[in-house]
Design a protein around this ligand. Structure first.
Ligand SMILES: [Ca+2]
Ligand SMILES: [Ca+2]
Length: 238
């Protein structure tokens, strides 16, 4: 794409500013095992034991404004023995990471709000046996203090990309999570006052980790806007 824009600019077909736009991936900090794939997605972990990776968007978001973050995620190809999952995270500190493995890069990270997509049952963390979502606070992954959930979802370790949309409405203080266009979990909570100590600007990122069992974890950035676009199927799906 960049090649054609550059050629177009040289031929005077496009304004130069268009070709000078930064590629999207320069808006993210990559940590751990993360790398950019040929299909412009971020591979957070390979299917290897004790791997972890994360991406962080470099610019903060204001919780005083509505927004929709649209991503596509791949949570692996191995259902029964796949682990551990991914967490979408808000935190006022940039480039922080929690404990990995069953903590999925979120455990212990405070202050924070995490939307956990958990594919491995840890009985001591009160995990449901099936893949599940939870909206968690301050790095507590044991479900006792969840803001919402855990909610069981259909198997997500199916080797396919799934649309993940994070919606925030500041008026009702409502945080909602859509997977493949279906709202699966939501909470109404004073995130600014109760979690972030009055700070209205937060960073967001996505973490993934494996432990003794593993899976591929990948996230693709589709769009950040004030509201979600009408649903269309992910265009990168196999
Ligand atoms: Ca788990
Ligand atoms: Ca599963």
């Amino acid at each position: 794409m960049a090649r054609y824009l550059l050629l177009g600019s040289l031929l005077g077909l496009f304004p130069l500013w268009l070709s000078a736009q930064r590629p999207f991936y320069e808006d993210f900090t990559l940590q751990g095992d993360t790398y950019l794939t040929e299909l412009d997605c971020f591979r957070l972990t390979e299917a290897e034991i004790y791997a972890s990776g994360s991406i962080w968007y470099k610019r903060p978001l204001s919780l005083l404004e509505p927004f929709a973050i649209e991503l596509s995620i791949l949570a692996g190809c191995e259902d029964a023995l796949g682990a551990d999952g991914m967490v979408f995270v808000f935190t006022p500190q940039t480039n922080q990471l929690g404990f990995v493995g069953e903590g999925i890069g979120f455990a212990g990270l405070r202050p924070s709000v995490g939307i956990e997509i958990d594919t491995w049952e840890n009985e001591h963390l009160n995990d449901p046996s099936k893949d599940h979502l939870a909206i968690m606070r301050n790095g507590w992954v044991g479900h006792q203090r969840d803001l919402a959930g855990p909610v069981v979802i259909p198997n997500i370790e199916d080797c396919s990309l799934h649309s993940l949309i994070i919606l925030w409405e500041p008026g009702p203080k409502r945080l909602a999570v859509l997977i493949d266009g279906v709202e699966r979990i939501a909470t109404q909570h004073d995130l600014v006052g109760d979690i972030f100590g009055g700070r209205t600007e937060v960073y967001w990122g996505v973490t993934a980790a494996t432990g003794r069992y593993h899976n591929i974890h990948e996230v693709c950035f589709d769009r950040l806007g004030a509201r979600p676009l009408p649903m269309s199927p992910p265009d990168r799906a196999e």
